[in-house]
Design a binder for this molecule. Structure first.
Ligand SMILES: Cc1cc2nc3c(=O)[nH]c(=O)nc-3n(C[C@H](O)[C@H](O)[C@H](O)COP(=O)(O)OP(=O)(O)OC[C@H]3O[C@@H](n4cnc5c(N)ncnc54)[C@H](O)[C@@H]3O)c2cc1C
Ligand code: FES
Length: 294
């Protein structure tokens, strides 16, 4: 399974804020009118936003959804510092300098149609985008299974699921309402003891499903993950243990975001076992898990 190569154009646009929805714990879903980005965006890619005219450095945000027909993209972000704080102050009609979409994208393969998708914290958006696009791809017949972990309240409506999730205990029934409506099976994890959530790390939930899966199902499964580095390391370890291909989207601190400064470089193992430095912004952010975590 190869990652989708990053050969596409990056568009500079004045993106118009369509609206923002606020959730608990300083989390927001931002909708922008950025038609060129929306038309080209694929799951795993990000948009680089100047959050305010007087902030010189842009901030990278994964694309949560892209509506080519309406020319709109959505991002889900958490306020952690000056840039995101200024972003949260934006109102409908404001305009932001944007560059996007940037980076490569997750590349599922029809040969492994069971997509075990794992998102943690602010790594959830590209996982939801991938689930939506996989469901829309009728030709490939994908079955996305979504697992999400958070240590703060989830930034979406949560409901009980009636869609089965093999191997997962009955008490683990919480899901994202929007996924349930679309018939995409999902479960939530948190160490915080939220009602209906698996208590612990999201990797524990993935392991439950994998432990219960028969060999023929495992042979048709690939993993995709985005989230904090320790979570990705755990998912990479689990994927290796079950001999599954696994793609991870990294979130490294960035400056230029377009390949010019090398500030986002990470060490990646090539197919011959050698180490090469790769820029997360343009060579990634999606990498094969084994290449990053060994
Ligand atoms: C490819 C990519 C996709 C991302 N997608 C999302 C997303 O969908 N939603 C979201 O909320 N965040 C996402 N991030 C992280 C987001 O870019 C940072 O939270 C943001 O740049 C912080 O800016 P700030 O000015 O608010 O905070 P700063 O004042 O710059 O930093 C505040 C804190 O955030 C940490 N931080 C800063 N930049 C990053 C970074 N790039 N990655 C991780 N931590 C950082 C700092 O170490 C510091 O602790 C993504 C990062 C990358 C590289
Ligand atoms: S942030 Fe400058 S090369 Fe990636």
């Amino acid at each position: 399974m190869n990652r989708r190569k990053n050969t596409a154009a990056i568009f500079a646009e004045r993106a118009r804020v369509v609206g923002q929805q606020a959730f608990d714990a300083g989390q927001y879903v931002l909708k922008l009118h950025a038609p060129r980005c929306a038309a080209a965006a694929a799951p795993g890619q990000f948009i680089h936003l100047r959050c305010a005219a007087d902030l010189p450095l842009r901030r990278p945000y994964s694309i949560l959804s892209a509506d080519a027909a309406g020319g709109e993209v959505e991002m889900l972000y958490k306020v952690v510092g000056e840039g995101s704080r200024r972003l949260a102050a934006c109102r409908a009609g404001d305009e932001l300098d944007s560059l996007g979409p940037i980076g490569n994208a997750f590349a599922p393969s029809p040969e492994r149609p069971n997509l075990l998708l794992v998102g943690g914290g602010v790594g959830i958006p590209p996982i939801l985008f991938l689930a939506a696009r996989a469901r829309e791809d009728a030709a490939a017949n994908y079955t996305p299974l979504v697992l999400m972990g958070s240590e703060i309240p989830f930034p979406f409506d949560v409901t009980d699921s009636s869609l089965p999730f093999a191997g997962v205990a009955n008490g683990t029934r919480a899901t994202m309402a929007a996924l349930e409506r679309r018939g995409i099976a999902a479960r939530l994890a948190s160490g915080r003891g939220f009602a209906g959530c698996y208590r612990g790390h999201v990797g524990g939930l993935a392991r439950q499903w994998l432990d219960a899966a028969p060999p023929e199902q495992l042979a048709a499964t690939a993993m995709f993950a985005c989230g904090p580095a320790p979570m990705l390391q755990d998912i990479a370890r689990i994927a290796a243990q079950f001999s599954l291909p696994c793609q991870v989207a990294l979130e490294e601190t960035m400056a230029c975001g377009v390949g010019g400064c090398a500030g986002c470089s990470v060490a990646v193992r090539d197919d011959n076992g050698g180490i090469a430095m790769k820029r997360v912004c343009v060579d990634g952010p999606v990498f094969n898990a084994r290449a990053v975590f060994g």
